[in-house]
Design a protein around this ligand. Structure first.
Ligand code: GCU
Length: 423
């Protein structure tokens, strides 16, 4: 424990920077029983791939929509696009950079997201792509002077905070674009705040109002929050990639870090067009099992971020055991598509072991569907990735972050599953 002076407030922060007052002791993880992904709510055992597909998968999807992330509106919004820039000589001629503005709807003042894409030059045919949202605005992903600075709100600290030039390239350690292009993948990203600014404003901004019924002013208790909106935005990015002639839309790898890892998993669960889904340090509400009560808890996430999940999820504060699902079932919704989960040693808040156990809990579904699933039963040692199964996993040294090491493993996993020769 050390004492920190933050503003004028004294707070206790345990060593390692994890929030104090939560369980970080494996011995204090309560006894728990996970719901069985292969038993229907009425007790019927799921014994065939067809039963999973036609009955249990839709049932679990509905449980997550109702109780956790909220239902995503079914109405389709017409996307309006404008190409902002194409530079075929980016990054010393090795890449083509393309920026496209995507308006959600026909209105002149409709909300929009800017898609930033990099394609490797000199590659024959369509290329697979890595798609993920970013935290700071597209201009933080690379130092390129041409990347548009987002006009949307940034940072969850102040509602009026605007992005600026000074952040250009600030997030590039998380986006090793040149290394990914060299391996023959395109890189595609959008700023999550373009889709729904990440603060609790009662859902006045972002995409939710586009779907309100006459007189509705906020989502119902079983309708989406911000995570649902970010996931929806990822599907709209996928709509665009299906039209991009350089991209092989059957080989889009969806990834996300932390809250954006939660959003990526929810997007991948709902939208089966994503070929591979990667969760980086997604923790509570992502890959980590809620019932372990290790690190972040349901009550804490619902209090700190009341806008992320749906209203119904608040019923499970301090009552994780009464949830009809746990996060291994979210991961199972990705099956039989390859899934990769990764953790970091110093990221106790996200419960690395709980993330691994989430992946392990999804394994029976992968096996029922005829894939090898996860090839290990115990959490692998630090920096000993398991990538050969349909579920991959690694834990690396260091903190809550995205690193070049993480990307290397993701690309190895994607090469393996896309039957590419590799580096
Ligand atoms: C907070 C939150 C986590 C989340 C993380 C992030 O730490 O408690 O659930 O994953 O922010 O998105 O960076």
């Amino acid at each position: 424990m050390r004492l920190c002076l933050i503003g004028a407030v004294l707070v206790f922060v345990p060593l390692g920077g994890q929030p104090a007052g939560f369980n970080y002791d494996e011995a204090k993880v309560p006894q728990y029983t996970l719901p069985d992904p292969l038993v229907m709510a009425d007790g019927t055992a799921v014994t065939t791939a067809a039963m999973w597909k036609k009955q249990r998968r839709p049932e679990i999807l509905e449980l997550f929509a109702e109780n956790v992330y909220g239902h995503t509106p079914k109405a389709k919004i017409r996307l309006r696009t404008e190409v902002l820039e194409i530079d075929k000589t980016a990054h010393g001629g090795t890449a083509t950079r393309k920026q496209v503005r995507v308006w959600f709807g026909p209105a002149a003042d409709a909300p929009y997201m800017d898609l930033l894409m990099y394609f490797p030059n000199g590659v024959k045919g369509k290329v697979p792509a890595f798609l993920g949202l970013n935290f700071g605005g597209n201009h933080t992903v690379q130092p390129d002077a041409e990347i548009r600075v987002t006009k949307s709100w940034v940072s969850n600290k102040a509602a009026d905070f605007k992005a600026s030039e000074k952040d250009r390239g600030a997030g590039q350690s998380r986006w090793p674009v040149d290394a990914v292009l060299k391996r023959g993948y395109a890189v595609v990203t959008a700023y999550y705040g373009d889709i729904d600014p990440d603060f609790d404003d009662g859902f006045k901004n972002g995409v939710q109002p586009l779907f309100y019924r006459a007189g509705q002013t906020k989502p119902e208790a079983n309708e989406w929050g911000s995570l649902g909106a970010w996931a929806w935005g990822l599907s709209r990015a996928m709509d665009m990639l299906e039209k991009e002639k350089e991209i092989d839309a059957s080989k889009v790898v969806l990834h996300g870090h932390s809250r954006l890892g939660k959003a990526a998993l929810w997007a991948g669960a709902q939208d089966e067009r994503f070929a591979i889904v990667i969760s980086n340090d997604s923790g509570e509400g992502g890959a980590a099992l809620a019932r372990r009560k290790f690190g972040e808890t349901t009550a804490r996430i619902n209090t700190s971020f009341p806008h992320w999940f749906d209203g119904n999820f608040k019923k499970y504060n301090e009552k994780e055991d009464s949830l009809p699902v746990d996060q291994h079932m979210l991961l199972a919704l990705i099956a039989p598509r390859p899934l990769y989960v990764n953790s970091a040693v110093e990221d106790a808040w996200a419960d690395p072991k709980g993330e691994f156990l989430g992946a392990l809990g999804a394994d029976p579904v992968y096996r029922l569907l005829g894939t090898p699933g996860l090839l290990v039963k115990e959490q692998p040692a630090v920096e000993k990735p398991t990538i050969d199964g349909t579920i991959g996993y690694h834990i690396r040294q260091g903190k809550h972050d995205v690193t070049g090491y993480d990307w290397e493993q993701w690309m190895n996993f994607a090469d393996r599953h896309f039957h590419r020769a590799g580096k």
